[in-house]
Ligand binder design. Structure first.
Ligand code: NAD
Ligand code: TYD
Length: 333
């Protein structure tokens, strides 16, 4: 089988490339990635001779056409993915996440690709009130509230429209927040870990009582694998962890303990505009229908993530130089 992985040089995409290589060594892998600030060929260095890499934009029809030749399955990760950047500069989110996904869908249809898997997020469903026990299911109404989540919601709708209108064999997964190797240190957990390794404080958006669910990235990869192998076209599957509910502050306190740092290393900073309070997924569908369940608990996921950043200081120091400094200054002052 020939698999095209868009965004395969980013955080989750590169983890998926490694996962697929290891578990499906007979398959041919093509990675299409624009190498934005978040894309990094260092993430693929161990497999560079075993995959085909195309540097290109999913919005560019000619490049997508070329990448799609003889492909059986597309796994679509490429996106602008950081909420805070979507608040500062939304344009790229609309372009890549909406228009780029549409370019891919047209090419998938034309090339009669057997499966298009769209990687999406829990954030398209909006925000749950703190204290509420509500959990979203695959049929919950969409209610995105940031430019990022609105652009991902639009792409989900396009994928569904192509399934219903043209019979395009598509599946969608909406996943919780991921953590693990190669995560760009603009997101909370790798930002916290690398700041602490640099002796800097961890910025927490006030008041720090927001709630996210945290999944180890390998579990996300195995969830997508389950959908590709056993999921039904036209269906959406949630992928999430089985952890107790924790606030951002409580999760950061776990990181502080792992890194032997005190609460004095927390710095409360101004809140994100329109900050979603809580995300919570009921992922019983994928467990019941496809037999998937997460293997990693939160403590192990955090421990493995901290260990990876400790061992890969060259990687994150390079990533945190250059453009990153400008963004950090703009976001945190
Ligand atoms: P990331 O920002 O780390 O990586 C995105 C990758 O896409 C980069 O390699 C980048 O170069 C590439 N890319 C961006 N624009 C492109 C374009 N126009 N053409 C080609 N390539 C382009 O993102 P991530 O955190 O790995 O997220 C991957 C996917 O998973 C996204 O679709 C995101 O919405 C979804 N997701 C992420 C999380 C999370 O916690 N990070 C959770 C749920 C869902
Ligand atoms: P983030 O990692 O950006 O993921 P998302 O917003 O997509 O869930 O943020 C996770 C949570 O952490 C979110 O509630 C915002 C909060 N946060 C901070 O408190 N400080 C930070 O510096 C960042 C980046 C996020």
């Amino acid at each position: 089988m020939k698999v095209l992985i868009t965004g395969g040089a980013g955080f989750i995409g590169s983890n998926f490339v490694h996962y697929w290589r290891k578990n499906h060594p007979q398959d041919e892998i093509v990675v299409l990635d624009k190498l934005t600030y978040a894309g990094n060929l260092e993430n693929l260095v161990q497999v560079k001779d075993q995959i085909q890499f195309i540097k290109g934009d999913i919005c560019d029809e000619a490049t997508v056409e070329q990448a799609m030749a003889n492909v059986d399955t597309v796994v679509h990760f490429a996106a602008e993915s950081h909420v805070d950047r979507s608040i500062l500069e939304p344009d790229a989110f609309i372009k890549t996440n909406v228009l780029g996904t549409h370019v891919l869908l047209k090419a998938v249809l034309k090339h009669k690709v057997k499966r298009f898997h769209h990687v999406s997020t829990d954030e398209v469903f909006g925000s749950i009130a703190l204290g509420s026990k509500e959990k979203w299911t695959e049929t919950s109404p969409y209610n995105p509230r940031s430019p990022y989540s609105a652009s991902k919601a639009a792409s989900d709708h396009l994928v569904r429209a192509y399934f219903h209108t043209y019979g395009l064999p598509a599946t969608i997964s909406n996943c919780a927040n991921n953590i693990g190797p190669y995560m760009f240190p603009e997101k909370l957990i790798p930002l916290a870990i690398t700041n602490l390794l640099e002796g800097k404080k961890v910025p927490i958006y006030k008041p720090g009582n927001q709630v996210r669910e945290w999944l180890y990235v390998e579990d996300h990869c195995s969830g997508i694998e389950a959908v590709l192998q056993k999921g039904r076209a036209g269906e959406t599957y949630f992928i999430g962890p089985n952890n107790p509910e924790l606030t951002n502050l409580e999760v950061i306190q776990k990181v502080l303990v792992l890194m032997k740092a005190g609460d004095n290393m927390i710095e409360y900073v101004k809140d994100r505009p329109g900050h979603d309070q809580k995300y919570a997924l009921d992922h019983s569908k994928i467990t019941q229908e496809l037999g998937w369940r997460p293997k990693f608990g939160l403590d192990e996921a955090l421990r493995l993530t901290v260990e990876w950043y400790r061992r890969n200081e060259d990687w994150w120091r390079r990533v945190k130089s250059g453009e990153y400094q400008k963004y950090y200054q703009q976001q945190y002052g």
